[in-house]
Design a protein around this ligand. Structure first.
Ligand code: C2O
Ligand code: CU
Ligand code: CU
Length: 522
């Protein structure tokens, strides 16, 4: 056994896990996991993690007229991170920020108070301390008083965001974070992000023990998040020295043998991709960014780019022991193009596109009396692949670009000459558009559009399991990986809301340096 408790056999076993031939059957994967278990050595000892804790929940009150109402205060806060103290950026003193739980159809009012100190300009020339709030993944108005990301709250300012959730699908995990162009990366890196849960349409899944896992990396230098200091920070994106789940380093979750757990994952990192796998357990994907799927999709591992979410069920082993939820090495490429991709550089040295190192996100301790819970065979029977008539559909092409410390879409840097595309909502019904996003750069970019979701029609390049999942399942996505040297074609359903939305890379450093455009919906 090595010093970090991982046996060589574990490594071999994990190396062998993959989505064989794009097959996504749960039974096949369960068998694979079972085989691996039989061949397995004793379970490695776990590091002594603190007990797992879900994010705290925001207290909401119901006001006259029935609206739900709550407050978020933004401030620098001294917190504990991995046993040391760190001065982070927090909502209501907590990292991640409190979970906001609502129902479809709610009217929600969030009072946001900016308690950040004003200050100097950051490396991009933006005055620090200005913030605002974006509801990533919510199908709400992109205009005031809702999700207008052009609004700026100066230090000391307050503003009440009001969201009409009548069109927002139930059963979704979204998230909130700041969206002031040029400051997004610093503020998200510093800790500003929190989950948004819209309750399920039915209580069919309510019997499963459910947890929200916010994945976030940090590097703390002199008691603070490592500062952004160079164009390289923005081109590569920050990769933290420590990965956390709900602000904890490798917490331990306890479950009884044979139970089913529901885990709702959010990648709230600025730039880190997670390749999530649980020792000797297949994962059953039951939901994505835009809500629940028709049935569970079995995968051995799950790639989660910045901004993406996944809803999974885990059928916990009947064998007591300690199993690790890991992030496996993944190379999202670098700024030197693809030619150095196999160089094996690790961690921060990713200029040439080496892989992020393996790390333990959480340990699952299986202990106690055995029970038998089974995975459901159906999740949301109404979820389906969209098949609209596309004869008159608008077709768009976006080409991502990087160079000279800046990012672009169709050659347009947002700060120089912003790309503006216009969509027309019909008087009634929806507009369907087909968007192809090409990525000729040497790095994967997670493409994100506000306000409306899309289904992935096809994907060229990248991870085969990821492509298989999102081109086969009836998944609605707001964030999708566009592989380096590849492309994604997605079907965008434009509905309900008019106003100025945005699209951008969700390596938010890239958004800050211009890989961002305006989507005007009239
Ligand atoms: Cu999560 Cu425009 O962002
Ligand atoms: Cu968004
Ligand atoms: Cu990018």
């Amino acid at each position: 056994m090595s010093a970090n408790g991982i046996t060589r056999r574990d490594l071999l076993k994990i190396g062998a896990v993959g989505v064989a031939g794009g097959a996504l059957t749960l039974s096949g994967l369960a068998k694979m996991a079972a085989d691996a278990g039989q061949a397995g050595a004793a379970v490695a000892a776990a590091p002594g993690g603190a007990p797992f804790a879900d994010p705290m929940e925001l207290a909401l009150t119901t006001v006259a007229g029935g609206a739900r109402e709550g407050s978020l205060a933004v401030a620098e806060t001294d917190l504990r991170l991995g046993g040391s103290s760190a001065r982070l950026l927090a909502y209501n003193g907590s990292v991640p920020g409190p979970l906001v739980r609502v129902r479809r159809g709610d009217a929600l009012r969030l009072h946001v108070r900016n308690g950040l100190a004003g200050g100097d300009a950051n490396p991009l020339g933006e005055p620090r301390g200005v913030t605002n709030l974006h509801t990533h993944g919510w199908h709400v108005s992109p205009a005031d008083p809702a999700d207008n990301v052009m609004r700026r709250l100066d230090p000391g300012d307050s503003w009440t965001y009001t969201y009409d959730l009548s069109q927002q699908p139930a059963g979704t995990l979204g998230w909130y974070h700041p969206h002031v162009h040029g400051l997004v990366a610093e503020q998200l890196w510093g800790g500003l992000a929190g989950p948004l849960v819209v309750e399920d349409p039915t209580d069919a899944l309510s019997s499963y023990e459910t947890h929200v896992l916010v994945l976030k990396d940090f590097t703390i230098v002199n008691g603070r998040p490592a500062p952004y200091s160079s164009p390289m920070d923005y081109m590569m994106g920050k990769l933290g020295a420590t990965v956390t789940v709900n602000g904890q380093v490798a917490p331990e979750l306890t479950a009884r043998p044979g139970t089913v757990q529901r885990w709702r994952l959010l990648n709230a990192s600025t730039a880190r991709f997670y390749r999530v796998a649980l020792d000797r357990h297949p994962l059953a994907v039951i939901g994505s960014d835009g809500g629940l799927l028709d049935k569970p999709y079995g995968v051995a591992e799950l790639l989660l780019a910045p901004g993406e979410r996944a809803d999974i069920l885990v059928k916990v082993s009947t064998t007591p022991g300690v199993y690790r939820l890991r992030t496996l090495p993944y190379s999202r490429g670098g700024i030197m193009g693809g030619m150095m991709g196999g160089s094996g550089m690790m961690g921060g040295g990713m200029m040439g596109g080496g892989a992020t190192p393996r790390a333990t996100l959480m340990t699952l301790r299986v202990t106690g009396r055995k029970t038998t819970e089974s995975l459901p065979t159906a999740i949301d029977p109404t979820a389906q692949r969209a098949r609209p008539d596309l004869s008159g559909a608008v077709q768009r092409r976006f080409v991502l670009g990087m160079g000279m410390g800046r990012g672009s879409i169709n050659g347009r840097d947002f700060d120089v000459d912003p790309l503006v595309v216009r969509s027309q909502l019909p008087a009634s019904g929806d507009a369907w558009e087909v968007w192809t996003i090409d990525n000729p750069t040497g790095m994967d970019h997670p493409w994100h559009q506000h306000t409306n979701d899309a289904q992935v029609l096809s994907m060229r390049g990248g991870d085969a399991g990821y492509a298989a999942l999102y081109t086969q399942a009836p998944a609605w996505k707001d964030t999708v990986i566009v592989p380096r040297g590849g492309s994604v074609t997605q079907l965008v359903k434009v509905s309900d809301w008019r106003g100025m939305a945005m699209f951008h890379c969700h390596i938010v450093e890239h958004e800050d340096v211009g890989m961002l455009g305006v989507w005007q919906i009239d």
